[in-house]
Design a protein around this ligand. Structure first.
Ligand SMILES: *Cc1c(COP(=O)(O)O)cnc(C)c1O
Length: 407
C-alpha cells in the first residue's frame, strides 16, 4: 500500500506546474527535513533572500551608511506596501504600509477604527480568533469602556455570515475577524462579511495572517475597511519580519492611529513641536521601521508576481485536498478526526486533524524530521505552503503520522 501511495505522490509532483519553484528555497534538498508542514507558521527562506540580505549588509548598510535613509529606506515601508497591495492584496497603491508586529498594528488599527464611530459602544469578535487579536481587543475594550460581543463559531468551521448578522447592530463600531481561521483553516466569505458589517454602519477589520500569499485577496472590491497581516508565514519574510497594515483610502483623512511617533509625522526631519500626521498611509508608521526585516518579503512577492495568485491557490487546494484524502485513507481508521472544512470554497491553505495522542506524538515527529504544528487541545495542524511544499513530502509526513499512531 505504501509504495502505491508514494508512486501516486510522485505522479502528482511530476504533474505539478509549480514543482520547479520548490528548488528555489533554502533547505528544500535537506535530507534531515522529511516533511516541512509548518510553512504557514514560519515560511522557508528563498535562496534569493540569502543573497539579498548579505548584499544589503555589505552594500546598502555597510557602504551607504546613514545616507541609506535618504536614498531608499525612508520610503521602503510604503514601496513594499504598494508591492504587497498589487501582488497579493488586491488593493490600489497608497493604502498599505509595513512595520511593527501584527499585534501592535492590530491595536493601532482597531483604536483608529473605533474612534471613527465614537457614538458606538460595541466591538464584535469571535472566540476562535487568534489569541493576540482577542487579547488586544480585551485591552481596548477595558481602556475605552467598550463591550465585546463574542461570536461562538463551530470550532471545525468558522464565522458564518448569518452568525455575524445576528450580532451586529446600531451599537457596533467595529467587527474584527480572521480571514482564514488559524486553527480550523476556515475561509471567511469576506465580501459578504463586509456587506453585513456595513449594513449595520460598522467597520470591518480583517486579520489576513493565514490567507495572505495563499488565498487570492480583493480588499478593494470586497470593501474591507482595514486589514492587518504578518509576512513571516506564506510570505517567507523570516522570523519577526514586520506586519502590514491596510487602511482603505476613503478613511484616511479622518483615521487617526493612537501611537504618535516622529516617523509618522508630517516632515519628521523638521523635528518640530506638536504632532501633525503625515499624509496618507504614512501616518500609520510610529517609530523607525525594521528595514532588515523587510528585505526577504520582496523575493516572495517577486516570485508570486511571476507565478500568479491563481496558480498559488490552485496548488494550495490540490495540496489540502490530497492531505484530506490521505487522512481519510490512513488516519481516520485509527481514530483521527478532520477538524477543517471539507468544502474547498471555505478552506484556506492548511488543515487540522485531531487525535488524543497528538500532543505526545508531535515531539517524535519533529525528531524524525516531520514538522507539523500542535494546536491544543489535540490538533495537529498541517500547513501546506504552496510554493515550497511537494506532494511526496506531504505523503511522507502523513505516513509518519500513521506510523507514530500505530507505534
Ligand atoms: C500568526 C498570527 C498572528 C501573530 O501576531 P504577531 O504579532 O506577529 O505575533 C496574529 N494573528 C493571526 C491570525 C496569526 O495567525
Amino acid at each position: 500500500m505504501t509504495s502505491a501511495l508514494l508512486a501516486r505522490a510522485a505522479e502528482l509532483d511530476a504533474r505539478d506546474p509549480l514543482r520547479a519553484y520548490r528548488d528555489r528555497f533554502v533547505g528544500s534538498d535537506d535530507p534531515e527535513v522529511v516533511a516541512y508542514l509548518d510553512g504557514n507558521s514560519l515560511g522557508r527562506p528563498l535562496r534569493a533572500s540569502a543573497e539579498r540580505i548579505n548584499a544589503f549588509v555589505t552594500g546598502a548598510w555597510g557602504g551607504r551608511l546613514i545616507r541609506g535613509w535618504d536614498e531608499q529606506w525612508f520610503d521602503l515601508p510604503i514601496t513594499i506596501g504598494d508591492m504587497l497591495a498589487d501582488t497579493v492584496l488586491g488593493a490600489a497603491p497608497g493604502q498599505t504600509t509595513i512595520g511593527d508586529s501584527t499585534t501592535v498594528l492590530l491595536y493601532k488599527l482597531a483604536r483608529g477604527a473605533i474612534a471613527l464611530r465614537p457614538e458606538r459602544t460595541e466591538i464584535v469578535v469571535d472566540r476562535d480568533n487568534f489569541p493576540t487579536d482577542r487579547y488586544i481587543l480585551e485591552s481596548i475594550a477595558q481602556d475605552h469602556g467598550s463591550t465585546l460581543r463574542w461570536i461562538e463559531p463551530d470550532p471545525r468551521g468558522g464565522v458564518g455570515v448569518e452568525q455575524l448578522a445576528a450580532v451586529v447592530s446600531e451599537r457596533t463600531a467595529l467587527v474584527v475577524l480572521g480571514h482564514v481561521a488559524y486553527r480550523s483553516g476556515y475561509l471567511l466569505d469576506a465580501a459578504a462579511a463586509a456587506l453585513v458589517t456595513h449594513d449595520a454602519g460598522a467597520l470591518l477589520l480583517l486579520d489576513l495572517c493565514h490567507s495572505v500569499g495563499s488565498v487570492p485577496l480583493e480588499l478593494d472590491s470586497w470593501a474591507v475597511d482595514l486589514a492587518v497581516g504578518c509576512t513571516y508565514k506564506y510570505l517567507n519574510g523570516g522570523p519577526g519580519s514586520p506586519a502590514f497594515g491596510y487602511v482603505r483610502a476613503e478613511h484616511q483623512d479622518r483615521f487617526r492611529q493612537p501611537i504618535w511617533g516622529w516617523m509618522g509625522r508630517d516632515q519628521p526631519f523638521a523635528m518640530a513641536q506638536g504632532y501633525e500626521p503625515a499624509q496618507g498611509i504614512r501616518q500609520l508608521i510610529s517609530g523607525t521601521p525594521p528595514i532588515l526585516g523587510m528585505l526577504a518579503i520582496q523575493d516572495t512577492l517577486a516570485l508570486i508576481g511571476e507565478v500568479g495568485m491563481a496558480a498559488v491557490r490552485a496548488k494550495s487546494l490540490a495540496l489540502t485536498e490530497y492531505s484530506l484524502d490521505l487522512t481519510r485513507e490512513l488516519l481516520v481508521p485509527l481514530g483521527v478526526e478532520i477538524g477543517s472544512p471539507t468544502d474547498p470554497e471555505r478552506r484556506g491553505g492548511h488543515i487540522i486533524i485531531d487525535h488524543p495522542r497528538f500532543a505526545e506524538i508531535t515531539g517524535k515527529l519533529w525528531q524524525r524530521g516531520v514538522i507539523p504544528d500542535f494546536r491544543p487541545p489535540e490538533g495537529l495542524r498541517i500547513g501546506l505552503s504552496p510554493l515550497s511544499t511537494g506532494f511526496g513530502e506531504t505523503a511522507a509526513g502523513i505516513l509518519a503520522i500513521r506510523d507514530e499512531l500505530l507505534a
